[in-house]
Ligand binder design. Structure first.
Ligand code: PMP
Length: 290
């Protein structure tokens, strides 16, 4: 992914893609002191850009480093990267980290750094599979408690278990994995939030130990606009067999239908399709038809 043409915004300047490098003694490499974002541009407009820029700043401050760039400056830089790379429909990846100014667990003297890359990224899941719904394995890894890890930060360190869960699922022939939390409650997939439908009502777990995704909140708003009741509460695995539909939400995953999760099967139903269309309309700047 590093050997290609293009421009990456790096601490305030655009640098050639191949030269956007960091030193091996970067604190983030050793101690996971990095946070990132992921957002999509549709027709040249990055969806809910300011929310992503603000979350990046918040994620860093939860880890104890404040970014010297305002949300507005970060947003401007994201737009600059799109433009410099001639992209209109793309995925944008800002990342902030503690640098190589100091080595050791204590990192008080490190400087915060920020880089932003963007590239074309089609659907998160193969569209031919996505239409029928993806198949989820049940992850052996559980989302940690909020007193065990900074669960409200989009911190790179939290993705260690996501990559392990995703690889374990892929090795067993699944597309992704559903993760439970430390209590055993249903949490989310490895990079997207979970929604269930039963009798035309939407159910989603309370995001008290995983990200309250920007797409999640967007889809809850779209459902409410359609008069659909949205219920946010603890969901235990025992309840999964009673749900008829299941989909995931995320900036990269958008609205992704789920066909099965472990032993539980779901249908790709009308309400899931409707919310997926509503989301597409919204991100593409079209009026959502009621
Ligand atoms: N959970 C995880 C673990 C994620 O990586 C993401 C993607 N950022 C989400 C949820 C969904 O967040 P959002 O809708 O803000 O992209």
């Amino acid at each position: 992914f590093d050997d290609r043409d293009g421009w990456i915004w790096f601490d305030g300047k655009l640098v050639p893609w191949r030269e956007a490098n960091v030193h091996i003694l970067t604190h983030a490499m050793h101690y996971a002191s990095s946070v990132f974002e992921g957002q999509r541009a549709y027709n040249g407009v990055i969806f809910r850009l300011n929310d992503h820029s603000e979350r990046l700043r918040r994620s860093a401050s939860i880890l104890g480093f404040d970014l010297p760039w305002s949300a507005e400056q970060i947003s401007d830089a994201c737009n600059e990267v799109l433009k410099a790379n001639g992209l209109t429909d793309a995925y944008v990846r800002p990342i902030a980290w503690r640098g190589s100014e100091q080595m050791g667990v204590s990192a008080q003297k490190t400087k915060p750094h920020l880089a932003i890359a963007a590239w074309e990224w089609g659907k998160y899941f193969d569209p031919s599979i996505a239409e029928r719904g993806i198949r989820l394995d049940i992850s052996p890894w559980r989302r940690p408690a909020p007193y065990t890890a900074p669960t409200q930060s989009k911190a790179a360190g939290l993705y260690m278990i996501c990559t392990m869960a995703k690889h374990a699922a892929e090795d067993r022939g699944y597309n992704d994995a559903l993760m439970f939390d430390w209590r055993g409650q249903v949490a989310e997939a490895t990079g997207a939030n979970a929604f269930f439908i039963r009798d035309n009502k939407l159910y989603t777990p309370t995001p008290d130990c995983f990200l309250n995704g920007i797409t999640r909140r967007t889809v809850m708003g779209l459902a409410e606009k359609r008069g659909i009741e949205v219920i946010e509460r603890a969901i235990w695995p025992e309840e999964l067999e009673s749900f008829q539909q299941f989909f995931l939400t995320g900036s990269a995953a958008e609205v992704t239908f789920v066909q099965s999760a472990g032993p539980w099967n779901f249908e790709v139903g009308e309400l899931s399709r409707q919310l997926s269309r509503d989301y597409d309309d919204l991100v593409n700047g079209r009026a959502v038809n009621n």
